[in-house]
Design a binder for this molecule. Structure first.
Ligand code: PLP
Length: 376
């Protein structure tokens, strides 16, 4: 099967068959496919300036950084090209901060079960799942894993030797698990007590997907660093680390960098996308449609459902059977969905999805789950 084009919430294969896309490039195409506004910015900026390297400033990346700072806890932004690069950079910045502020002993990271932070050597080191890690061991030493949402275990794991704690406020790849308020509050308190930095990885849950611009806003708990990527340029590769001034203050030119990062083409698109995603009316609509999706899923009588988790348009359906069989059966019926672990079907549609498209998706999903025997 080869896909040739997309339009809004639909994609089309080479035979002209239409699919309803509830994957969105894995939580990337928040504004859907072939968005005319995005296309116009790509064309306009491509005619103007595509790349210069980070040796020079350009207007798009300065304006994008300004916009991200104006709408977040952060004072400074570092640009890169992907989610893994953003996490990698955040880990390096945390190490540098601890070294400058406290000396060389404070190098430990604390991360959590079911967390996923990327596939580079550094990001794999803070990703718990053995299947991702073991083929590439040994990884970066000094990482302690604690059970997600276990306040006491987290308090014990975070010590004076910890330079940073990394957590997804809503875990994606690991099965769509939502952090409790008590958990994030305890991480913040404990990090402050031992002088560790708190990193929120919002590569998947950030930028409006959960109905607030940042997932952390729903908790009222702020990080010191935040990683963002996937939807920022609606499919063009970009990542960013948002951070507070004291962290930025320890970084010197050439401590870290990247040839392509924050280039004017991708930054111009990201600025356009960010303005639209951060519009309060857009976010209110995500909350409305997200609540509709959840309510309709709960009322649909889907077979073999054990739990429905998530927030906004970031939902996971835990089933009794094999999630991959449901994904395959849905594809046959013209619906794209993906997994989040062996038993979770993940729904991350474009944020422009309508109620009618949700009804259509649920009917296809129900047929797929019945065909796949997901209750077995
Ligand atoms: N962090 C989180 C929470 C993710 O979900 C992902 C990817 O799924 C990453 C980091 C890695 O991002 P990328 O695939 O862009 O490297």
């Amino acid at each position: 099967m080869v896909f040739t084009r997309g339009e809004g919430v639909y994609v089309y294969d080479a035979q002209g068959r239409r699919y309803l896309d509830f994957v969105a490039g894995i939580a990337v195409c928040a504004l859907g496919h072939a968005d005319p506004g995005v296309a116009a910015v790509v064309a306009e900026q491509a005619r103007c300036l595509v790349h210069l390297s980070n040796l020079y400033h350009t207007e798009p990346h300065l304006r994008l950084a300004e916009a991200l700072v104006a709408r977040s806890f952060a004072d400074r932004v570092f640009f890169c090209n992907s989610g893994a690069e953003a996490v990698e950079a955040a880990l390096k910045f945390a190490r540098k901060y601890a070294r400058v502020r406290f000396g060389g002993h404070k190098v430990g990271f604390v991360a959590f079960t079911h967390g996923f932070h990327g596939r580079t050597m550094g990001t794999l080191s803070v990703t718990e799942k053995a299947a991702y890690r073991e083929p590439f061991a040994p990884l970066v030493p000094g990482v302690t894993f604690a059970p997600f949402n276990d306040v006491e275990a987290a308090r014990a794991a975070i010590t004076e030797e910890t330079c940073a704690v990394i957590v997804e406020p809503i875990q994606g790849e690991g099965g769509v698990h939502v952090a409790t308020l008590e958990f994030l509050q305890a991480l913040r308190e404990r990090c402050d007590a031992v002088g560790a930095l708190l990193i929120f990885d919002e590569v998947q849950c950030g930028l409006g997907r959960t109905g607030t611009l940042w997932a952390y806003e729903a908790y009222g708990v702020e990080p010191d660093l935040l990683t963002v990527a996937k939807p920022l340029a609606n499919g063009l590769p970009i990542g960013a680390v948002l951070m507070r001034e004291p962290v930025a203050a320890v970084l010197q030119p050439s401590d870290h960098g990247s040839t392509f990062a924050g280039g004017p083409l991708v930054a111009a698109v990201a600025l356009h996308v960010f303005r639209r995603l951060s519009d309060p009316a857009f976010l209110a609509r995500v909350r409305e449609v997200g609540a509709f999706l959840r309510a309709r899923l709960e009322a649909a009588g889907l077979p073999g459902v054990r739990a429905i988790r998530g927030r906004g348009l970031f939902l996971g359906i835990e089933i009794a059977g094999d999630a991959r069989a449901v994904v395959a059966a849905a594809l046959e019926r013209g619906l794209l969905v993906t997994t989040a672990g062996d038993t979770v079907v993940r729904l991350v549609p474009p944020l422009i999805v309508t109620e009618a498209q949700i009804e259509e998706a649920i009917a296809l999903l129900k047929a797929a789950m019945e065909a796949a025997g997901s209750s077995r």
